[in-house]
Write a protein that binds this ligand. Structure first.
Ligand SMILES: [Zn+2]
Length: 172
């Protein structure tokens, strides 16, 4: 898949009908090998392009939700063809140094793990009740509660956010 036009590649990604997205299937479909390895604590994962092809290394110490997010983020590096690190500087990835391409990869991760249309649909289906809606949706999409909270806020589906930030009088 490398060398393809990124926009074209993204359009080819089959649409999710039901969560959760099978991220390992997607990686395989894109020709990227995902390996779980012991990595330094502050390294969630990295994307490598070697003679044997594209690889994503995931930190064995991270929980599955975090590994899913990292896979999605590193797949963005692959598809968008940005940040192909050589093994020498690979460990600089995801260590807190943020730039535009890192934000872009996080945006991509959010979009494919929590597609807006699907989130809206499921958020509407989830009944208000004894369970926390954010936690239920996080469980459904297999992402962390924090990631889901941010996504719901972005999509303006978070009740607490509406209440806290937009007083009735100033609502437009
Ligand atoms: Zn990155």
């Amino acid at each position: 898949m490398s060398g393809m036009d990124p926009a074209y590649t993204i359009r080819l990604i089959p649409r999710q009908i039901e969560p959760p997205l099978d991220i390992n299937w997607l990686a395989e479909w894109l020709g990227v090998e995902v390996e779980i390895r012991p990595l330094p604590r502050n390294v969630a994962g990295l994307y490598l392009h070697t003679d044997s092809g594209a690889h994503i290394l995931l930190n064995a110490g991270d929980c599955p939700e975090r590994q899913r997010w990292t896979t999605a983020h590193e797949l963005a590096h692959h598809i968008l063809n940005i940040g192909r690190h050589s093994p020498k500087n690979a460990f600089q990835i995801n260590t807190g140094k943020r730039d535009h391409s890192e934000d872009l990869c996080d945006r991509f991760a959010a979009e494919i793990l929590m597609p807006a249309t699907l989130i809206r649909k499921k958020a509407a289906e989830v009944k208000h009740g004894r369970y926390d809606k954010t936690a239920l949706l996080a469980n459904m999409f297999e992402v962390s509660v924090t990631a889901m909270r941010i996504r719901l806020r972005e999509l303006r589906l978070s009740k607490t956010n509406r209440r806290a930030n937009i007083p009735e009088s100033s609502a437009q």
